[in-house]
Design a protein around this ligand. Structure first.
Ligand code: GLN
Ligand code: ZN
Length: 756
């Protein structure tokens, strides 16, 4: 039995690529120096995999920014405005990824989107009718040769033509169908070149196959691969699929001349059934994705052995595979010095997953697998008393009643009560929560973390900041104020640190996009709240002003979606545990005089299943109730706000309304307010604050611009339901642009009021 890896993290185990790239962007290091760092990372990755005895080690999985962008460049998909800069290929590439501003010109970056159901973002290739596909780069060949020179024979990894064309944006009349034949021919050329260089296997990823597919899409896929596979020339081609199962095209895929097929047995809930029902072709290898590439928990060998044995009994020749690229997990546990063995023995980051693959190979090759030392040691980990399990929390979740999901009275009645109570003007103005996190704010937090200042000193500084922030908001003339969130590093980490049941790492970074990495907390045990978290800050803030002060919390779905979740209980149960903890906080804020409470669900849409058929049953059926559980206990006169970061929720608009918040603010200015039509069509009843300006840019919006956005809104939405606010929190902005932007926002709201 052999082992395989789909892809390895490439930011460097200590984020070396991030730091080198950022220096390069600033002009502090040369392109050659950046290339040296990249080569060092690639070599370290290859050596780690070779040392672990992996049989199918990928090459070309490295990227300076994003693999899909690499694939686009490989096929010459480079929009004219970037070519016109006439800078080096590397700088053209970075210009597409992050925009370019300099002597050669001024262009914005290509769009960026979430990569399937992960927190990784890819750059969206842009194709117009003039785009001429041709082989334009040597990256796969160079990286194969580089590895060969290190003595490591690799499997070049490519993103397939179908996925590349499906994920691209088309500006003209032509679509993916018009480019498929040309793209297929280029893949033939790539395969031939790799064969000449001595490649024995090539792996081609087609993650788009795990989505809902139409007959036409399946035909397009078949058409591409009939061409591609005809050019094999003795090289063996593995088709990799991941992030789900390929139920719509399993038989078509099996009928094609692939030499190996990768199926995901972690997220692909139908994968095993597909093999059971339809069998697996005898002439192909089955790359069984059994080691989870997306979560950090140790593999349960007893379960994996069962799956693999079952596949073998169905006649498949199995290669042990990761379920997707290891890009989505941190590098290595070796960098964690603070977590004790009691914890770390439960985890496997990328490097430890390599070891798991090797151990599983040993276990599965043994005559009596249960007798192997590896199997026994693994079973012992799963038999651990994790000391994180809390009966009280479990009982509380079990005792949740249907009525706990429903706030009383119904929306319309609450709306009336709240309008009377707050007596706000039409077009009430507010912000999303955070104010600029200036250097002094961060320094204060760091000083506290390092123990250089006392808790009291830390708090006093923040209180001064809050008082200043409130004065500023009063001067600007905002209606509903916020405290500024100076005590928070990150909206999830902050709550994770205060809640029982979460663990934090030191260096467990995961690439989010380009040079940006995140360090998700780990849900270790049952989650509960030991003491109030935000009450002191909110109460202090309210004491500084006669205006309404919003309490600010992060919702359960977002906390869960931006963490590494447990695998021993369902996501639903975990979300309900977090929801109950946040519910306690909501009720404490209310009891302490806070009249408006915002529960952010910035990431609500992020984990929506890839297949529409699974949306309700696998996600919305617990995500929306989890939110309702948070706020169903408040009085009718307490106003609940929520905030979401993407406005792309036209397809789940009913579910959003069903969260039963009183007000929702969301990011809208970049999407040209398209969402308004669908709010109208669906009789959206929640009051809305579609963001009137983009906070991702330092640009100050003019009064006219905001007025015009508001006018558009009034055409589609009842005036009595509209709020006026920026797109998102202001923490990444500077004070210089924040103050004039908010002043313009207030002036615009006033103009509108005078009209009504
Ligand atoms: N309240 C948070 C803030 O303003 C919301 C952040 C977010 O939506 N990402 O920073
Ligand atoms: Zn936001």
């Amino acid at each position: 039995m052999n082992t395989a890896v789909i892809g390895y993290p490439r930011i460097g185990s200590l984020r070396e690529l991030k730091f080198a790239s950022e220096k390069y962007f600033k002009g502090a290091v040369s392109a050659d120096e950046l290339q040296e760092t990249a080569a060092y990372i690639r070599a370290a990755n290859l050596n780690a995999q070779a040392a672990a005895g992996i049989d199918f080690i990928p090459s070309n999985d490295f990227s300076f920014y994003d693999n899909l962008l690499d694939s686009a460049v490989l096929l010459n998909i480079i929009p004219e405005r970037y070519r016109e800069l006439n800078v080096s290929p590397l700088d053209t590439y970075f210009a597409m990824a992050r925009g370019y501003q300099g002597e050669a010109g001024n262009v914005k970056a290509l769009a960026m989107k979430k990569w399937f159901n992960t927190n990784y973002h890819y750059i969206v290739p842009e194709i117009d009718d003039e785009t001429e596909l041709k082989l334009n780069d040597t990256k796969p060949f160079d990286e194969f040769t580089e590895a060969k020179n290190l003595g490591i024979k690799t499997v070049p990894a490519l993103i397939g033509a179908f996925t590349l064309l499906k994920l691209s944006r088309y500006l003209g009349k032509k679509t993916e169908k018009d480019f498929a034949a040309d793209a297929a021919k280029i893949y033939c050329e790539i395969i031939e070149k790799l064969a000449d260089l001595g490649a024995e296997y090539i792996s081609i990823s087609e993650p788009c196959l795990v989505k809902d597919l139409t007959k036409e899409e399946i035909s397009l896929f078949e058409e591409i691969y009939k061409t591609v596979l005809a050019s094999k020339k003795g090289v063996k081609i593995i088709l990799q699929t991941y992030f789900g199962d390929i139920r719509d095209c399993y038989n078509e895929v099996c009928a094609l001349d692939f030499d190996g097929i990768g199926l995901d047995f972690i997220e692909g809930k139908e994968s095993l059934n597909l093999v059971k029902k339809n069998g697996f072709p005898k002439d192909k290898l089955l790359f069984a994705g059994v080691v989870n590439g997306k979560n950090i928990w140790k593999n349960d060998y007893s379960k994996t052995v069962k799956t693999v044995k079952e596949l073998e009994s169905l006649g498949a020749e199995v290669v042990l595979n990761t379920s997707c690229s290891l890009l989505h997990v941190p590098y290595t546990l070796k960098n964690e010095t603070k977590l004790t063995e009691e914890y770390t023995r439960h985890f496997a980051f990328a490097e430890e997953k390599l070891k798991e693959l090797g151990e599983l190979k040993t276990v599965l090759s043994a005559e009596n697998y249960e007798a192997t030392a590896e199997f026994k040691a693994n079973a012992a980990v799963f038999a651990d008393d994790r000391k994180a399990l809390d009966t009280a929390v479990k009982e509380r979740v079990a005792a949740i009643k249907d009525s706990d999901f429903t706030r009383q009275p119904a929306f319309a009645e609450r709306e009336k009560i709240q309008k009377e109570r707050f007596n706000l003007p039409l077009f009430p103005t507010t912000t999303i929560g955070s104010f600029p996190q200036t250097a002094d704010v961060r320094a204060n937090r760091t000083a506290r973390r390092k123990g250089n200042i006392t808790e009291e000193e830390y708090k006093n500084f923040n209180k001064e900041k809050i008082a200043e922030c409130i004065k500023l908001q009063e001067e600007i003339g905002l209606d509903v104020l916020v405290h500024g969130e100076y005590e928070r590093n990150d909206m999830v980490e902050y709550f994770g640190e205060k809640l029982k049941g979460f663990l934090f790492t030191e260096k467990a970074w995961v690439q989010s996009y380009g040079t940006r990495c995140v360090k998700p907390p780990i849900v270790w045990g049952d989650v509960s709240r030991e003491a109030p978290i935000t009450v002191e800050w909110s109460v202090f803030a309210q004491s500084q002003t006669d205006h309404l002060m919003k309490g600010m919390l992060t919702g359960p779905v977002t906390i869960l979606n931006w963490s590494f979740p447990r695998e021993d209980i369902s996501l639903k149960e975990c979300a309900y545990q977090i929801a109950l903890a946040i519910r306690d906080e909501v009720l404490d804020l209310e009891a302490n005089g806070i009249k408006i409470i915002q529960v952010d669900e910035a990431a609500l849409r992020e984990k929506l299943p890839l297949r529409k058929t699974d949306w309700e049953s696998d996600y919305l059926d617990w995500a929306i109730p989890a939110f309702r559980l948070v706020h169903s206990g408040v009085k009718p006169e307490t106003q609940i706000h929520t905030h979401m970061c993407y406005s792309e929720f036209t397809d789940i608009i009913k579910a959003i309304d069903n969260m039963d918040a009183d007000v929702i603010t969301f990011e809208a200015s970049r999407s040209d307010l398209q969402i308004l039509d669908s709010l109208k069509e669906n009789n959206f009843r929640t009051e809305v604050g579609p963001g009137v300006y983009d906070i991702h840019s330092p640009r100050v919006p003019s009064v006219e611009e905001i007025v015009s956005a508001l006018n558009k809104m009034t055409e589609k939405t009842e005036v009595s339901k509209l709020w006026v606010n920026p797109d998102c929190g202001l923490k990444t902005r500077g004070t210089e642009e924040t103050v004039p932007s908010l002043k313009n926002l207030v002036a615009a709201a006033k103009q509108l009021r005078s009209k009504y």
